[in-house]
Design a protein around this ligand. Structure first.
Ligand code: SAH
Ligand code: MG
Length: 195
């Protein structure tokens, strides 16, 4: 697909207030993907397929992205977009709630990108750790959630999300098998390398 078509998908998503990956977050992840041999990616939170389409560039031959989305309207758009982008042989959409779908998966992944319900991040991490390859990387977007996570402000209506994002950071930081950095790009990005 050419860059212009990808820009059209991005523009439409932004107009419809679909929370696609921010440019600096994408650039950061791409730097890592360039250096890895990526055969299989798991994405939690497809939205309209924008990030998945971007990641396909970094797949090895016959590489696959499995991506999970529960919103039927977004799934419809994602399917159209991956066809337009001519990557429908590389992107496999699982339709439904990731909380139900993840436990049914038994693949190994080189990369996991967590980008869905913030209140479920600790659960997504547990499932990611079960399926990630040695030397793989787990990325978690929106980890600083508009700054709420690092502030002491906890009366916000999003406090369940904030509590679970903090729990995620604590778990990846304390896990001796992970080497984690938290970057202030976009809405915050956690990068955990499996040792
Ligand atoms: N990764 C996309 C953006 C994802 S936005 C991109 O950068 O282009 C987050 C998406 O996760 C939303 O579309 C939302 O419907 C979906 N989502 C949130 N919680 C989910 C869950 N528990 N299971 C499946 N999808 C979920
Ligand atoms: Mg996000």
């Amino acid at each position: 697909m050419n860059k212009k078509e990808l820009e059209i998908i991005k523009k439409k998503a932004l107009e419809e207030h679909i929370p696609i990956i921010m440019d600096d977050t994408l650039e950061t992840i791409e730097k890592y993907l360039k250096e890895e041999k990526v055969k299989r990616i798991l994405e939690i939170g497809t939205a309209v397929g924008y990030s998945a389409i971007c990641f396909t560039k970094f797949l090895e031959k016959n590489g696959i992205i499995d991506t999970i989305e529960r919103d039927t309207e977004r799934i419809k758009q994602a399917k159209q977009n991956i066809i337009k982008a001519e990557v429908d042989d590389k992107v496999n959409i699982y339709e439904g709630d990731a909380v139900e779908i993840l436990p049914t998966l038994n693949q190994k992944y080189d990369i996991v990108f967590i980008d869905a319900a913030k209140g479920k991040y600790p659960f997504f991490l547990k499932e990611a750790l079960r399926m990630i390859n040695k030397n793989g990387i787990i990325f978690a977007d929106n980890i600083l959630y508009k700054g709420y996570v690092m502030s002491d402000y906890n009366k916000h209506k999003q406090r369940t999300a904030v509590r679970n994002l903090r729990e995620y950071i604590k778990e990846v930081s304390e896990n001796p098998n992970l080497e984690t950095e938290i970057l202030e790009v976009g809405d915050g990005l956690a990068i955990s390398k499996i040792r």
